[in-house]
Write a protein that binds this ligand. Sequence first.
Ligand SMILES: *Cc1c(COP(=O)(O)O)cnc(C)c1O
Length: 360
Amino acid sequence: MHHRPTQAKINLSAILSNYQQAVKLAPKAQQLAVIKADAYGHGAVDVAAYLEPHVPAFAVAFIDEALSLRAAGIDKPIVILEGLSGEEELRLAAQYNFWPLLHSNEQLIALTALSPVPDLHCWLKVDTGMHRLGLTPVEAQSWVDKLTRLMQRKPVLASHFSCAEEPDSPISMHQMQQLFALAAHLDCEVSLANSAALTTLPQSAVGWNRPGIMLYGSSPIAGKSAAELGLQVAMTVTSQIMAIRDVLPGETVGYNCRWQADTPSRIATLPIGYADGYPRLINSASEVFLHGQRAKVVGTVSMDMLTIDVTHIPQVQAGDEVELWGENIPVNEVAAHANTIGYELLTRVTQRMQRIYLRD
Ligand SMILES: *Cc1c(COP(=O)(O)O)cnc(C)c1O
């Protein structure tokens, strides 16, 4: 069915190995596998099916993501990180064993107003400093009391770090102390650490951790590579050269003549563009990998194509494979050239990119 040679190879055993690396960082804790946003672009159903025997539960952002996993036969509990609203969502959650991370008085009132109250394993989000979602510690305390009475089970108390990728952040320390003090007082389990906190703040990695980006082999912190953290790259995006031409000094390449040759140059064209998820906003330092070396992307990235300068690699031929990011070019590097982070590039790989799954 697929004729275009542009593809994302997804190494599922790398994702499992990265999950096991997260477990090693916090062997006494439980780790949810965060597979929101189609498993950060890797394909949530394939990733979940592969990880399912090894994880206690998954996490996604909202209920539709969880329902698609159930429709695909995934059975493990699924935490819904943005909580649930409305009777229908709450009843579906009870039916399908979704664990909502409830973050507002409105969501909790909607739940406790139902009769009978659905039997849900509730998590409560406490705002300890991110100031995006969550209950105040005082609100959380009163809801813990109420839910414990109604459900005969204590909710898990969760919060989210705003600066976990900064080592020794006093803000992270403060967030951790607030959540842990509240949880100790109320005798609840906690959930706090994301990927970055698992590596920078191991004291926070207790209860239920929520690693996402590290499962996909992308380093969650600046200054440490994925390999240094024992992570394996899960997605490698490749394409093949479709055309090669020589351009003379003074000639330009691509839309708006943004690149001009100052010496005789050889330009190769690849069938991958911004409609596949390669960022149009890259700066002139962005590189790809072919024949064991790097080459620069030149000119404006088009919707379906981009051009690279292969003057220094004389053996290049049409049909040669080129890596856009993956094993040799970290996705975080391309992202930095586009003024963004690896998370955004991974989640923006579009549906027309063919995904090939490698299993062990
Ligand atoms: C996305 C998300 C995570 C995972 O974060 P990573 O940085 O990818 O590890 C954890 N917790 C919440 C609430 C999230 O939204």
